[in-house]
Design a protein around this ligand. Structure first.
Ligand SMILES: Cc1cc2nc3c(=O)[nH]c(=O)nc-3n(C[C@H](O)[C@H](O)[C@H](O)COP(=O)(O)OP(=O)(O)OC[C@H]3O[C@@H](n4cnc5c(N)ncnc54)[C@H](O)[C@@H]3O)c2cc1C
Length: 292
């Protein structure tokens, strides 16, 4: 799928765009599982898949391999790319490889500091912010890729206030981003307030809400702690009521995500992006329940 087809799909009225996110598996067995999950999701009419780019280490090298496998399985693909540890020349090379691999788009990210490092330190010949990467993609392949960027309904943890957070988002969109995918959030009101701020700042690009069916209270606390997202009291109570029953907690996570997505669709969102964490069970249950 080329950029124009991709964007036409994203902007089509009356039918939400649905995407799912994979991460590059670490072993061949996990790779098989990822592909099995992707195939199991195909009947649900997923519009595109995305594949993450690791903060460093082994999974970076497999983005191309597994991304190509997802393309071969029939998914238009958005490959993530971060500025972590890369010079401009290296990013250039990776973008060219994404081009040859037939990827439809790139989610241009700054990335988080690698393990053991508190602050993000830009490569001396690289970029300090995702903005630079968006500009680079535009420069070397002006009409080739649909470009996405990250948005943060509850504000990026490095942002001192909402205003600067949105100003920098608007900057990435002005530099050439076609759409925004959000960080996970568990209270839809956070998303709608974020969209309101973005529109007020002149961002007209579609903003896809990012939804994660939580697996357990422990996992939700870990993920939300990392990205500084709130866990609503009602969800926390529902998870606590399951006690140690992990399967019951997982089902609560799916049911919460279904309620979130229904609530978002009822208010006219352009689509939604599901962080499926390569897990077929929660993803299949989620899409099955949404069809009812
Ligand atoms: C949908 C989604 C997918 C993700 N996928 C991955 C992935 O695959 N791999 C991975 O490692 N991480 C991923 N992340 C995490 C992401 O890399 C981190 O959240 C990172 O900390 C910020 O990335 P960014 O692209 O938003 O950065 P930026 O847009 O650069 O923003 C980072 C911070 O800097 C501020 N800022 C921006 N521009 C300026 C400026 N000019 N001057 C001063 N401050 C500025 C912003 O307001 C923000 O506080 C993802 C996040 C999301 C939401």
């Amino acid at each position: 799928m080329n950029k124009e087809e991709f964007l036409a799909r994203l902007r089509a009225p009356h039918r939400p765009t649905v995407s799912v996110e994979f991460f590059p598996p670490k072993t061949k067995e996990d790779g098989q599982l990822m592909l099995k999950t992707a195939k199991a999701l195909q009947p649900f009419g997923i519009d595109f898949a995305s594949i993450t780019y690791g903060a460093g280490g082994s999974d970076r090298s497999t983005v191309l391999e597994y991304g190509q496998q997802l393309v071969a399985a029939g998914f238009p693909l958005i490959a993530h790319l971060t500025c972590v540890g890369h010079s401009r020349a290296e990013l250039d090379e990776i973008i060219n490889k994404y081009d040859s691999a037939g990827f439809s788009g790139i989610l241009a990210l700054r990335g988080d500091p690698p393990k053991g490092q508190k602050e993000f330190i830009a490569h001396p010949e690289g970029f300090a912010h995702a903005f630079g990467l968006v500009q680079l993609i535009q420069q070397i392949h002006p009409h080739r890729f649909a470009i996405g960027v990250a948005g943060f309904p509850e504000r990026h943890p490095n942002s001192p206030d909402d205003l600067s957070d949105i100003r920098h988002l608007a900057g990435k969109v002005s530099a050439g981003a076609d759409f925004v995918t959000t960080q996970l959030f568990l209270d839809n009101e956070d998303y709608f307030r974020f969209v309101e701020r973005a529109r007020a700042a002149g961002v007209v690009a579609p903003i896809l809400p990012g939804i994660m069916p939580v697996l357990s209270l422990k996992q939700a606390r870990r993920f939300c702690g990392f990205c500084q997202a709130k866990i609503p009291a009602t969800l926390e109570a529902e998870l606590l009521a399951c006690g140690d029953d992990e399967e019951a907690q997982r089902k609560v996570g799916v049911s919460w995500a279904v309620r979130q997505i229904r609530g978002l669709l009822a208010r006219g969102v352009p689509g939604y992006h599901v962080y499926i964490l390569n897990r077929s069970q929660s993803a299949i249950e989620l899409f099955t329940q949404l069809r009812r």
